[in-house]
Design a protein around this ligand. Structure first.
Ligand code: G1P
Ligand code: ZN
Length: 542
């Protein structure tokens, strides 16, 4: 029976860069999750009988919300729910299922790389029929609906057992519990030369994949170990845990330090990788070298044709604005399109749907292609392995020859976390106020050539996104970008992105910190970071 339950609105259910993210106790407030899920349904043109995909990264509170979402789907007239066994689906696997099953959309429960557990983070995100994060016109509608919600609809009986594969019914709705890995692994087999990668691994090429006790454990084990022949101990932290083993499932130099240390050892493996909470990010590490995500995007774009799924070449590349311009150099040389979008995967969807681009990436350890509509950590690892299997060179050698051919974009991102929101907003406002007078100003040897607040007009549907980050560009092309995070759950996070292009191969071996020295100091001078936030050092440098 469908029950209609009275509720009252919360005023803070505005989705950010990637869905609604809050602390678990915040989500545990009465009806908080139910309100948001009902607001999603209320924002959609549902006719009844649609298919909805539901899954999450297995973090604390996943199960409760998934069971509620299934009952609410039945209460709102869906015909079928496809849910990962035990509620598990990596974000790219969910995107694949939405597309493959012709679903009208999907609900993904995740807070990505943010920590989990009873006091950790939680999130709910809606993806549309193309498998990608809902565009802003939909997230705006969801937010509007959440502000005036007065009831939600739910099927009264308890949800079926989601630990057992197969179909059951909840009222008229079919609940189909699927293996979270099977369809995804099958898709990967269509894109990559598994035999070649198997041969590479069999030749003694050592790999280490760190699943960070998050969702990619089962995916990496099935693909790397069972299908590609890697030894079982090459997948570490493979068991997903509700609190990620107390860790922070963000594949960067701070939280994936063990992996990086292993790859820096002389007798360590040849290739290392890690993914995040929900499996959409990737960190690539070679023996003795950490590959910056922006460089990884450029290398994948330049070499994708070596994998069968991209043998005909790629249509174009898209990157988020703060991502380094390394990929632009590949696109220019190869004569393919390059698009610069605001931060967040949702801005790539239209370009991918229209066939304008094949590969997309963000500096925040996200790369993906038109095979789904999310970034995809395991996909990036497999494309790297396919390239390595074809080229039979080390990661270091591939990076050096890439820089020799295209030049090197030295790059760092400095994050100042949990700073006072007022101070953060003041800093951004002050930058915006000074934009008009910035051009021509000199800072040491650097002269500002342009300064703006990035806005983007989607070339496909004409929608406009404004205030997407302050860009200070210097003559010669070096850049400093300032923006506030849209995924944090406490205070504000200031991200400062610093980039300098170097054509001279004799200077490519410099450490990024050295190469960016003057820009790093200038970022503080222009942004007044110390003065306004009291911080002398960033919390994380990636
Ligand atoms: C961060 C990243 C961004 C990514 C998003 C979701 O968003 O910077 O590239 O798309 O997480 O994974 P931010 O916190 O900067 O808004
Ligand atoms: Zn993620």
């Amino acid at each position: 029976m469908i029950e209609t339950i009275a509720t009252t609105p919360y005023d803070d259910q505005k989705p950010g860069t990637s869905g609604l993210r809050k602390k678990v106790p915040h989500f545990q407030q009465p009806n908080y999750a139910a309100n948001f899920i009902q607001s999603i349904f209320d924002a959609l043109p549902l006719d009844g009988g649609e298919t909805l995909v539901i899954g999450g990264d297995g973090r604390f509170y996943n199960r409760e919300v998934i069971l509620m979402a299934i009952r609410m789907a039945a209460g709102n007239g869906y015909g079928r729910v496809v849910v990962g066994q035990n509620g598990i689906l990596s974000t790219p696997a969910a995107s694949n299922l939405i597309r493959k099953r012709g679903a009208s959309g999907g609900i993904i429960l995740s807070a990505s790389h943010n920590p989990g557990g009873p006091n950790g983070d939680f999130g709910i995100k809606y993806n549309a029929a193309n498998g990608g994060p809902a565009p802003e016109r939909i997230t705006e509608k969801i937010y509007e609906a959440s502000k005036s919600i007065s009831r939600y609809r739910v099927w009264t009986s308890t949800a079926p057992d989601i630990s057992k594969l197969g179909e059951t019914k909840l009222g008229d709705m079919v609940v189909e519990v699927v293996d979270p890995v099977a369809d995804y692994a099958a898709l990967m087999e269509t894109l990559f030369d598994f035999q070649k990668i198997r041969d590479l691994i069999a030749s003694g090429f050592g790999i280490r994949f760190d699943a960070m006790h998050a969702v990619t454990g089962p995916y990496a084990t099935e693909i790397l170990v069972n299908r590609l022949g890697a030894s079982p101990d090459s997948v570490v932290n493979a068991v997903p845990m509700e609190d990620f083993g107390g860790g922070h499932p963000d594949p960067n130099a701070v939280h994936a330090k063990d992996l990086i240390d292993a790859l820096m050892a002389a007798n360590g493996p040849d290739f290392g990788a890690a993914s995040d909470g929900d499996g959409d990010r990737n960190l690539i590490v070679g023996k003795g070298i950490v590959v910056s995500p922006s460089d990884s995007l450029a290398v994948l774009a330049a070499n994708a044709h070596l994998a069968p799924g991209y043998a005909r070449g790629i249509a174009g590349v898209a990157r988020s604005m703060p991502t380094s311009q390394a990929a632009d150099r590949v696109a220019e040389k190869r004569g393919i399109g390059i698009y610069e979008t605001p931060t967040g995967w949702k801005f790539f969807g239209n370009l991918l749907d229209a066939g304008k681009v094949t590969i997309c990436g963000e500096e925040s350890a996200g790369t993906g292609s038109d095979h789904v509509r999310e970034k995809d950590g395991v996909w990036a690892v497999l494309l790297w392995l396919n390239i390595l299997a074809e080229r039979r060179e080390s990661v270091q050698a591939i990076m050096e020859s890439h820089w020799a051919e295209f030049g090197r974009n030295f790059y760092q991102r400095h994050d100042y976390e949990e700073i006072d929101s007022k101070a953060a907003n003041g800093l951004m406002e002050s930058l915006r106020d000074r934009l008009a007078s910035m051009a021509g100003q000199r800072f040491g040897t650097l002269v500002v050539s342009e300064a703006d607040d990035f806005s983007y007009k989607d070339p496909i549907d004409g929608s406009v996104a404004t205030s997407q980050g302050v860009r200070i560009v210097f003559s010669g092309g070096s850049r400093i970008v300032y923006r506030l995070s849209g995924t944090g759950t406490k205070g504000a996070t200031l991200r400062v992105y610093i980039e300098r292009f170097e054509a001279d191969p004799a200077k490519h071996a410099l450490a990024p910190k050295e190469a960016l020295n003057e820009l790093i100091d200038t970022a503080d001078v222009i942004g007044e970071i110390r003065k306004r936030t009291g911080r002398t050092e960033p919390d994380v440098i990636t």
